[in-house]
Design a binder for this molecule. Structure first.
Ligand code: CP
Length: 312
C-alpha cells in the first residue's frame, strides 16, 4: 500500500509519470469524454477537517470522472464536535470501505498518522503549514502546459512562505523536476529551516522579476499569524505585492500563478489576477486532471504505480 503525503514521496520518474498521465487525461476530457470506467467499484473518502473550496471539489470531481464512489466528510456538522478523535473518525469511515482517503487537517503530520491506521492509500490534501503535494503537481502541470519542460526554468515564489504548505511542496517537487526556485519574502515570513531547502532566498522582488519564467504569489495567511509577523497591508503590498507595474518587469513569456484563495489588493492586484498572464482559473481546471492522475496511479492497477509506504 502506498501513499502521497509529501512531494518528496515522488521520484523524478514518478512525478513525470503523474504529469504525463494528467496530460493524457486532460486530452481525453478535451474530446468531451466526461467519464472513464477506470475506478468503478472503488471508494474514495474525502476527509476534510479544515475548510477548502478548490481541493475538496477537485478531488470529488476527479474521483467521479474515474467512476469511483465518493464519500464526502467535513468535520463541521460531524461527531468531531462531540470530541471524536481523528483515529476513531477515520476508522468509522474505513468501516464503510475506503480504497483511498484524501485528508485535509490543521495538524502537520495528520496524514502520516492516518496512514498507519487505515488500509487504504492516504493522499495529503494539505496538513497545517506542512505540505500540499497535489497542489504542487497541478502547479507543475500548469507550468509545463504553458512553458514546456521545467528543467532549468526559474520559478519565483513570493510572500507568506512561513505558513505555506503550497510553497514547501512546490520547492520540493520543482527541485525534483530540475527547476530553479527562488523564495522572496519578508524575513519574518520565512521558516527558520529555509537554509536547508533546495532553493535560493531573496528579499528584493523587483530584482527577481526580470529573471523569472514563473512568479507564484502566496496568500497572506492572516488566520495563522500574529500581528508581529506582518507589517501593514499597504506596506506589505508595496514591497511584496504584484501589481501591473511589477508585471511589466517580467519577461514576455512569463506566467503569474496563485494557488487561491486570493487576497485581491494584498499579495496580488485584481487587474493582475484577471489578466491573460494569470493562470489562476487554469490551475483549478488542471487540478482535476492532476488529481485524476494521482488517484489512477495509486488505485487503478493491481499495484500502486507511485507513492511511498509508511511505517509506524
Ligand atoms: N489551493 C487550495 O488548496 O485551495 P482550497 O483551500 O480552496 O482547497
Amino acid at each position: 500500500k502506498r501513499h502521497l503525503i509529501s512531494a518528496a514521496d515522488l521520484s523524478r520518474d514518478d512525478a513525470l509519470l503523474v504529469l504525463d498521465t494528467a496530460e493524457e487525461l486532460a486530452q481525453i476530457a478535451d474530446r468531451s469524454i466526461k467519464k472513464l470506467p477506470t475506478l468503478r467499484g472503488r471508494t474514495v473518502v474525502n476527509l476534510f477537517f479544515e475548510d477548502s473550496t478548490r481541493t475538496r471539489i477537485s478531488f470529488e470531481a476527479a474521483a467521479k470522472r474515474l467512476s469511483a464512489d465518493v464519500i464526502n466528510f467535513s468535520a463541521k456538522g460531524s461527531s468531531v464536535s462531540k470530541g471524536e478523535s481523528l483515529k476513531d473518525t477515520a476508522l468509522t469511515l474505513e468501516a464503510m470501505g475506503a480504497d483511498a482517503v484524501v485528508i485535509r487537517h490543521s495538524a502537520a503530520g495528520a496524514p502520516h498518522r492516518l496512514a498507519t491506521w487505515v488500509r487504504g492509500s492516504v493522499i495529503n490534501a494539505g496538513d497545517g503549514t506542512h505540505e500540499h503535494p497535489t497542489q504542487a503537481l497541478l502547479d507543475a502541470f500548469t507550468m509545463r502546459r504553458r512553458l514546456g519542460d521545467l528543467d532549468g526554468r526559474r520559478v519565483t515564489i513570493v510572500g507568506d512562505v512561513l505558513h505555506s504548505r503550497v510553497a514547501r511542496s512546490n520547492v520540493l517537487l520543482l527541485n525534483t523536476l530540475g527547476a530553479e526556485v527562488t523564495l522572496v519574502a519578508p524575513p519574518t515570513l520565512l521558516p527558520v529551516a529555509v537554509d536547508s531547502w533546495p532553493c535560493s532566498v531573496s528579499y528584493d522582488l523587483d530584482a527577481e522579476l526580470p529573471k523569472s519564467d514563473v512568479v507564484m504569489m502566496l496568500r497572506v495567511q492572516r488566520e495563522r499569524m500574529n500581528a508581529a509577523y506582518f507589517p501593514t497591508v499597504r506596506e506589505y503590498s508595496r514591497r511584496y505585492g504584484l501589481d501591473a507595474e511589477r508585471v511589466a518587469k517580467l519577461p514576455e513569456h512569463a506566467i503569474v500563478m496563485h494557488p487561491g484563495p486570493m487576497n485581491r489588493g494584498v499579495e496580488i492586484a485584481a487587474e493582475v489576477a484577471d489578466s491573460p498572464r494569470s493562470t489562476v482559473t487554469e490551475q483549478v481546471t488542471n487540478g482535476v486532471s492532476a488529481r485524476m492522475a494521482v488517484l489512477y496511479l495509486l488505485l487503478g492497477g493491481s499495484e500502486p504505480a507511485i507513492g511511498k509506504e509508511v511505517s509506524e
